[in-house]
Design a protein around this ligand. Structure first.
Ligand code: CP
Length: 305
């Protein structure tokens, strides 16, 4: 892997190797404390982030690498002076061994990868993809389920702009006999390009119009936040936001199987009631923690490449 731009191009073999490494790191993180000593990783975040940025920075430091970063690149980087993304990346790739970038444009990571002299890791690109989130999501599922083959998952919320859901289902498509249910409201449905992709990979995609129509024994529900910040770009009717919100609360959990995991990339904004956080089926904080190990595994693989 030269760059990590999308979950579309990774092979199952590469993915399983990464998971194996992430498991080893999780079991004994100290063993990797100097694994990237002497290397420099740049983090460039043109959009806000808590988990992705801090877990990447934690991963970089835990591997013994050095970090260069610009806080709030959208305001503090030279793009405010009119510099193109391409020029910024060409320059920064002369300062670091790998670039981790989050950007508000869908094609930003691809554009960065096309001009960078060093590996680029997509830490979230517009409403398109968030591949490292998918790594930690599928890694978490893998630690909870005997096998990923044959799984049924439901993606819920903003399926149009939800980049984490896009990368998640693409990555899951590497496994056999996957069924994906999609629950959203009109205007926020999963895009045709993702449905076509799933079909090509042999994944069954079933859209449903209400939470009650989801099978009660689905293996995992992947709830997402309505991405209000993206609506301005296409003028979507914002009244959909409230209509589109479905909160997973105690009564929703009660209706589900004892084995149905509740996942969320976080941050949440009302779509999961904090009162259910202690239910063992709710694994979103564990997902966030796994972000450190999976990102350490990815960095180790890519920087050493
Ligand atoms: N899940 C996720 O991408 O969170 P942040 O926006 O806080 O990085």
């Amino acid at each position: 892997m030269k760059h990590f731009i999308s979950t579309e191009n990774i092979t199952k073999e590469q993915l399983e190797k990464l998971f194996e490494l992430a498991n080893k790191i999780k079991a004994d993180p100290k063993k990797y404390a100097e694994a990237l000593k002497g290397k420099i990783v740049a983090t460039l975040f043109f959009e806000p982030s808590t988990r992705t940025r801090m877990s990447f920075e934690s991963a970089i430091l835990r591997l013994g690498a050095d970090l260069i970063s610009t806080e709030n690149a959208r305001e503090n980087a030279s793009s405010t002076k009119g510099e193109s993304l391409e020029d910024t990346i060409k320059v920064v790739s002369g300062y670091a061994d790998t670039i981790v970038m989050r950007h508000f444009e869908d094609d930003s990571a691809k554009r960065a990868g096309a001009v960078s002299f060093v590996p680029v890791i997509n830490a979230g690109a517009g409403g398109a993809e968030h591949p490292t989130q998918a790594l930690l999501d599928v890694f978490t599922l893998r630690t909870k389920k005997k096998s990923l083959d044959g799984l049924s998952v439901a993606i819920m919320g903003d399926l149009k702009y939800g980049r984490t859901a896009h990368s998640f289902i693409k990555l899951l498509s590497l496994y056999k006999n996957i069924t994906v249910f999609g629950y959203s409201v009109k205007g926020l449905e999963l895009g045709e390009e993702y449905i076509t992709f799933l079909k090509k990979r042999g994944v069954k995609y079933i859209p449903v119009s209400s939470f009650d129509l989801l099978p009660r024994d689905v293996d995992a529900i992947y709830q997402t936040r309505i991405q209000k910040e993206r609506f301005g770009f296409e003028g979507l009717d914002t009244t959909l936001v409230d209509f589109g919100k479905f909160c997973i609360d105690k009564s929703a959990l009660k209706s589900l199987s004892k084995d149905t995991l509740i996942m969320h990339p976080l941050p949440r904004d009302g779509e999961i009631d904090p009162a259910v956080d202690t239910d063992p089926r709710c694994v979103y904080f564990e997902q966030a923690q796994n972000g450190v190990y999976t990102r350490m595994a990815l960095l180790l693989t890519m920087v050493n490449n």
